[in-house]
Design a protein around this ligand. Structure first.
Ligand code: SAM
Length: 240
């Protein structure tokens, strides 16, 4: 079993890692996603992909070394970690609010990667995960409708991405659907990512990709790659 929200695998016998959820909201969100993964075979999920070329178009532009750390935020049962491991031995962290989804990944990959069940909107949720060279988010951030949620998300991101590190987003594009998995979504383009990341992050590439759901419906995604600048000037601001 994988531990509950914000728990580390090594903490599994501690009280903080009971399966009881700490708030009604977190409970309902995690239940929604657990049910999504229980009720549907992997290849029928509305976000399932077996072609990772849009992601690798961006990942391949990151200057990543052996054992660099990658955090796959809200990675669900995606096979992206499997694909990454096939390329190189990265330090991979998969993070998701659904224990069911991460258990599926653990059945495939076992101890080759690191697992964390948690809500990315909780303040201490990433404690114990090292600063990362790459933060990767496909179809997660777009669920955060409230400005306060977006603020928390970007604060957590900025605390975790190393200077010189990368951020990849793939969220529903402005021209896309307004719901995903039955939940409302906040749609993006690369300018909106930039506004929220701030000047400290430089846009390296972006494109619109039309994903086809297993049902055949089109879902346009906004893909973008940013790099965090890596030095601070006299004013404490990061320079390229
Ligand atoms: C549409 S799925 C995308 C899954 C995966 N990124 C992919 O591309 O296949 C959204 C994922 O985000 C996770 N998620 C939703 N809200 C979350 C939150 N607040 N914290 C962490 N994960 C969350 C869900 O459990 C689900 O696995």
């Amino acid at each position: 079993m994988i531990q509950g929200p914000s728990c580390k695998l090594e903490d599994k016998n501690k009280a903080c890692c009971s399966s009881e959820k700490t708030s009604a909201e977190e409970f309902s969100i995690s239940k929604h996603w657990d049910q999504a993964y229980i009720q549907s075979p992997e290849e029928k999920l509305g976000w399932y992909e077996d072609d990772f070329s849009p992601s690798f178009r961006l990942i391949n532009q990151c200057q990543l070394d052996e054992n660099d750390s990658i955090l796959l935020v809200g990675s669900g049962s995606s096979r992206l970690p499997d694909q990454l491991l096939d390329k190189r031995s990265f330090e991979l962290w998969v993070f998701d609010i659904s224990e069911v989804a991460l258990q599926e990944v653990k059945t495939r990959l076992g101890e080759r990667i690191n697992y964390r069940v948690g809500d990315i909107l909780s303040s201490d949720t990433l404690d114990g995960i090292p600063s990362v060279h790459l933060w990767f988010d496909r179809a997660v951030m777009h669920f955060f409708m409230e400005e306060s949620e977006q603020t928390t998300y970007f604060r957590n991101l900025k605390e975790k991405v190393k200077p010189g590190g990368y951020v990849i987003f793939a969220e529903f594009h402005l021209s896309g659907a307004d719901k995903c998995s039955g939940l409302p979504v906040f749609r993006y383009d690369e300018k909106m990512y930039q506004e929220r990341l701030g000047d400290e992050f430089v846009l390296l590439d972006s494109f619109l990709h039309t994903y086809y759901m297993p049902s055949g419906q089109e879902r346009p995604y906004s893909y973008a790659l940013f790099r965090r600048t890596n030095t601070k000037n006299n004013f404490g601001i990061y320079n390229p």
